[in-house]
Design a protein around this ligand. Structure first.
Ligand SMILES: [Zn+2]
Length: 396
């Protein structure tokens, strides 16, 4: 099996330059309707008086250290799996974004990436708009679905008013996503902090009956759920810097609800995204370790932020490398970690917006993730970068 995988990877590498020449991919695919984007009806307005950073890629969102335009972004020879990537279309087409994703993956040593829609509160786009493009690069991509539609349904549905008919319809949609080839559900959100205008604030309960139903589908079909939860232990005031980004002044506690979701069906494997890039400040190594110890079906996706980040807390790397407390955590539970870079592969010509702003950080992010890989003992780097994701995606 391993030999097959190596062959598949090699074939992927060999076929990439041809497909990146453009012609074949640029033709044939034209999604209907207006260009999808991040803006949607479900986006909550900014808190009164809060000044929101703009999403035009100006100084507030510019990378904080020099960006290399080309060349390798990797330190070692390991070809790894990235469990968290998004595509940003241009004029409604995702083909340029797929080309950009392949370029970034080749530079960063990423053999295979899991692509999924961002957790949208309204259905701006779904994975169905680009899966035919991903299928042309079978060794390079897997995808998750539901971030573009199921997530919005959860957020628009009052947890107290989930009737049997609502639940049945949701389960039917979830199964249809898997029938269409998705290897999991994502990106789903419980609490999603907004960073700029056009980037949604979303908040619901982690043990929403529809999330419980989703976990039953995930367990029955042996797929995983990718969850964006900015962890908050208890109801309380929002930290000032988070209010300043345009979020509500109070946040609901979500850790207990998340633990109920994890306990609801132990057969459902749930990946907590954005570990190491925590905008609120409560997702400490100690809290995460307690959760990992209590919940055998919980996995943590490492998403590095620069050591100079002022937006994020609980960082994993600084200028010297991986912080010792995190290194110890990885070495103690190597079977429970993955890499989820949250790279935004943007098509050239993609308009201004949150996705394009985030795309400006791709190169730095990928350098950092490779730095973490390079800091780990070889067998642990291989487990987190290759073996765990292959197991979770059913690639073995
Ligand atoms: Zn994401």
């Amino acid at each position: 099996m391993r030999l097959l995988f190596v062959l598949a990877v090699v074939l992927g590498v060999l076929t990439t330059p041809a497909s990146m020449s453009g012609g074949a991919m640029a033709q044939g695919y034209r999604p209907k309707g207006p260009p999808p984007g991040f803006k949607g009806k479900g986006v909550r307005p900014a808190s009164p008086g809060a000044k929101r950073p703009q999403s035009t890629g100006g100084p507030a969102t510019a990378p904080r250290f020099a960006v290399k335009d080309r060349g390798p972004l990797r330190s070692g020879g390991l070809r790894w799996i990235d469990m968290h990537m998004h595509l940003v279309p241009a004029r409604g087409s995702f083909s340029g974004a797929v080309i950009e994703a392949l370029k970034l993956m080749d530079r960063a040593g990423i053999a295979t990436a899991v692509v999924m829609p961002t957790p949208q509160s309204s259905s701006a786009y779904t994975e169905r708009q680009y899966t035919s493009l991903l299928k042309r690069h079978r060794s390079r991509f897997r995808w998750f679905g539901g971030g573009g539609d199921l997530n919005g349904i959860v957020h628009r549905t009052d947890p107290e008013k989930v009737t049997e008919a609502v639940r049945r319809d949701f389960v039917k949609r979830a199964n249809a996503i898997l029938d269409a080839g998705a290897r999991g559900f994502g990106e789903m959100a419980v609490l999603h902090i907004s960073f700029m205008s056009g980037h949604p604030f979303e908040e619901t309960q982690a043990d929403h009956p529809l999330f419980l139903a989703l976990s039953d589908v995930a367990a029955a079909r042996n797929v995983i759920i990718s969850m964006h939860i900015d962890l908050v232990p208890k109801d309380g005031p929002t930290p000032a810097k988070v209010v300043a980004m345009g979020n509500p002044r109070r946040l609901r506690g979500n850790v207990e609800g998340f633990e109920r979701l994890l306990a609801h069906n132990r057969g459902a494997r749930i990946v907590l995204e954005h570990v190491g890039a925590d905008p609120v400040g409560y997702a400490t190594r100690d809290l995460l370790q307690r959760l990992v110890e209590a919940h055998p079906n919980l996995y943590l996706a490492i998403r590095a932020a620069p050591g100079t980040s002022t937006e994020m807390s609980n960082l994993i790397v600084d200028t010297k490398g991986v912080l010792p407390a995190w290194l110890e955590f990885f070495e103690r539970y190597p079977g429970r970690f993955l890499f989820g870079t949250d790279t935004f592969a943007a098509a050239s010509g993609a308009g201004a917006g949150a996705g394009t702003s985030f795309a400006a950080r791709n190169v730095n992010k990928l350098i950092l993730h490779n730095r973490i890989l390079g800091s780990l003992p070889k067998h642990i780097a291989r487990q987190i970068g290759v073996d765990n994701p292959r197991e979770l995606l059913g690639l073995n």
